[in-house]
Ligand binder design. Sequence first.
Ligand SMILES: [Fe+2]
Length: 437
Amino acid sequence: MSYDRSVSAEQHALEPETVWHLQMPQIRFGRDAVEELGFQLGDLGVDEGAHGLVVTDENLAGIGHVDRVTDHLEDAGYDATVWKDVEREPSLEVVGECISFVRENEGEDGYDFYLGFGGGSCIDVAKTTRAVIANGGEALDYIAEPTGSGDALTESGPPLVLMPTTAGTGAEISPVAILSVEEQEIKEGISSNHIRADAAVLDPTFTTTLPPETTAKTAMDALGHAIEGYTTHPFDGLLRATDPQERPVYAGRTELTEMFSEKAIDLLSTNVRTAVHNGDDIEARAGMLKGALFGAIAGLTAGASLCHAMAYPVGNRYHTYHGETIAVLTPASTLGYNAASDPERFAEVSRLLGADTEGMGAREAADLAREEYVRLQRDLNVIPSGLNELAGITEDDIDWLASQTVETQQRLLRCNPRPVTEADATEIFRDALYNWE
Ligand SMILES: [Fe+2]
């Protein structure tokens, strides 16, 4: 076993990790869970009469979903102000506007509670706003150097509740907020347990209005978290952390994350066709929301790997949707290059995706995962056939993408079950140009 992927141990203390840890917000899940929003806030210690901020977008306000949320808050005795200016792939400027809005209306102390309602963008703006109000300064202060100042968050702030309306990103439980830095054309994250929400309330009735394309793209992100988390290295394949504080956020798979991965792959692959083609099917929508939650509990604890590492340079340069980028890269990376790292485990992925592996050897059964996954994507009818269709990427663009992946994404590559050189990354990008003709 190799321990060279470790992060936090002293170089001389070459001992395997023996401890794992799971930190999660409170989770409330199910149809009409929105009706328990008042109870949830009370349980977090928010008194009646408290004044909160709902961070959301125009679209969700326009179709009446936001009113449904604020009606429940008001019925429970809370006062809610709505800020609905979140954009897709939110920039530092948008977060800055939300923070200024809070300071102008409520002063430096801000609101008594925060509610992020929407897709990953709304959720990340809500997370960042609460964190910056509680810790002072601006968002850039807490983004890693050299882009930001790299200050550590030391306060969590008043209660934050997150309600996702897409089944995908897992931002409602994750310790990260992703923001784009416009002038540099890059995305940066603020990563800290202080940015994690206090509670996630997941109600599938808000997801039936998601259009087929968004349903498919967000589903592929969720499936990516589940499969990457299931196939990353085990936690005891890392070096032992000399200080529990230093244990990385992506700490390898455990028996617990494996259980969540298995259930997530099953739920997502079973329900995604119905959710995309018949969006009103509440059972399928509930299956997707649960699958995405389980995928996030697994993948965003154990760690995303090669596919997510390759997706960031593509997204930064071509401004593609995260989920769609993951969809296009998964066959060549996670299910192609990585399958050789552990055929037995990938054979299990094939079965979880619904393939019949009866009578096959492990290697043959492992290779079937890629076929089954591509079949699923083609059935959805809205996923591009490869990097070329996604953003017009050709052979000429591959060298840049491969060098960016290896140079800037070591945080994720370190978690990959197979080492990846620049030459390997070049081959994998080439393989991802066309997943089907
Ligand atoms: Fe993701």
